[in-house]
Design a protein around this ligand. Structure first.
Ligand code: G
Ligand code: G
Ligand code: MN
Ligand code: NA
Length: 250
């Protein structure tokens, strides 16, 4: 298809960009890290969402090529940040079925000179269920090298709390579906409270995603949520704007 061909060309010509969205500590509003988010603005097709081209790359077998360039670009950008903030990077489910993934990630970090302890990989519950043995081995290899694993979109999809007993995660990201209703819907507030209590007991770090206003930030801090992310703190921005943001915020 036209989209597939354009995506191939964009990967080869290095035309897919990485943007960064801040993740802050809710206790003091300090930036602690950034999530890398792929952005593709094609001259003919215009802006194409990663929600479209990431699944296409997976389906057509070039997610590895795409992800490798994105991780390299993101890690290189992170090396220019004024502080050693963490970099959070999304892994797709196809990558967790490919035994070569851990080696490829660690070799990119080595080449770029990026400390694995500064990297977090965001994965979803469905991704771990796909090919459980391979996924567990990949995750174990990465964690042994110091990479941290966070469970993205927590609370959606086929949530299995039992998965948390495997202790393969370091962090939980509460899906914005709960966060956006925290001040209007009692059920969402109770669900978030329960997630926070559970993460406290399991010694998992927590990020609330999709915080869009001050009231949500205050409420989550009051409930004891450690970290937050969302338009209230900053939208995804390109590498240069991210550097400017960091210099203005310190
Ligand atoms: O940023 P946005 O809301 O447009 O992202 C849409 C989806 O694309 C999200 O689910 C996000 O996790 C995913 N995504 C964004 N960048 C990447 C990436 O670099 N790799 C993978 N695998 N997924 C990404
Ligand atoms: O699936 P994942 O959680 O990786 O997707 C993250 C996506 O959520 C990013 O593409 C980003 O554009 C989007 N996002 C980040 N902050 C907010 C927010 O405050 N509100 C909304 N609606 N979307 C957000
Ligand atoms: Mn994510
Ligand atoms: Na998410």
């Amino acid at each position: 298809t036209q989209l597939e061909q354009a995506l191939r060309n964009a990967i080869i010509s290095d035309a897919i960009d990485v943007h960064f969205q801040p993740i802050v500590s809710l206790s003091n509003n300090q930036v602690v890290g950034f999530e890398a988010l792929a952005r593709w603005n094609d001259p003919d097709l215009g802006f194409v969402s990663p929600g479209v081209f990431v699944p296409l790359a997976e389906e057509r077998g070039f997610i590895d090529a795409l992800s490798e360039t994105l991780l390299r670009k993101a890690a290189e950008a992170a090396l220019s940040w004024p502080r050693e903030l963490f970099l959070s990077f999304n892994l797709s489910s196809a990558q967790l079925m490919d035994p070569g993934t851990s080696g490829s990630i660690l070799s990119i970090l080595g080449r770029v000179g990026f400390d694995p302890h500064r990297l977090e990989l965001e994965i979803t519950e469905t991704a771990v269920m796909g090919s459980a043995d391979t996924a567990h081995r990949i995750i174990a290899d990465l964690r042994a090298a110091g990479v941290r694993i966070s469970l993205d979109d927590f609370g959606t999809g086929q949530s299995s709390l039992g998965r948390l007993r495997d202790f393969i995660f370091d962090k939980i990201k509460i899906d914005r579906a709960f966060v956006s209703r925290i001040n209007s819907d009692r059920a969402s507030e109770h669900i978030i409270k329960a997630i926070l209590a559970m993460c406290d007991g399991l010694e998992l770090e927590v990020v609330a995603e999709g915080i869009e206003d001050y009231a949500e930030a205050v409420k989550l801090r009051t409930l004891g949520c450690g970290m937050g992310q969302g338009y209230h703190f900053g939208r995804p921005a390109d590498g240069i704007a991210t550097l400017r943001f960091l210099h203005e915020n310190y």
